[in-house]
Design a binder for this molecule. Structure first.
Ligand SMILES: [Zn+2]
Length: 145
């Protein structure tokens, strides 16, 4: 069985909206759907409703985040999910927190908000869900990308 390798890494953090014309005929790769500032082809599921795929619902220009909507959460009156794509630009291991830069207001994150076990490093590309409190923006489920 032939394996098709797809490289989902995105070396350039700037979204590239320019559509490519017809792909080379022998490439054998499925077309990448979606886009935006997230990994191409990556779909996002709701936390509360893991079986539900959320739909891209626009951009939050104030936070520079991509907004996703779970139809079921929406029906329950819950707010959409804001997703940031950025890099870790400050980290204080002894204090257990740091900040993410995504082109909007800085996003605070705490070690307890890492989605997986990893050691944050300066310049590390990450995504996270963003919430706000009275002190500013907070990153949740911080994930390396
Ligand atoms: Zn939901």
């Amino acid at each position: 069985m032939r394996q098709i390798k797809i490289d989902y890494r995105r070396p350039n953090p700037v979204p590239q909206p320019a559509p490519r014309p017809a792909p080379a005929p022998n490439q054998g790769r499925p077309p990448v759907r979606g886009g935006g500032t997230e990994h191409p082809g990556k779909t996002r599921r709701c936390n509360r409703h893991p079986g539900v795929h959320m739909v891209l619902a626009g951009y939050n220009t104030e936070w520079n985040t991509v907004r996703y909507l779970c139809p079921m959460c929406h029906a329950m009156g819950l707010p959409p999910v804001e997703v940031a794509t950025g890099v870790i630009n400050a980290y204080f291991p002894e204090k257990g927190y740091g900040f993410i830069e995504n082109g909007g207001p800085r996003i605070f994150f705490h070690l307890s908000d890492l989605a997986t076990r990893f050691t944050p490093q300066l310049g590390m590309p990450v995504t996270c869900r963003v919430e706000a409190n009275d002190k500013g923006l907070i990153g949740r489920e911080v994930t390396p990308r």
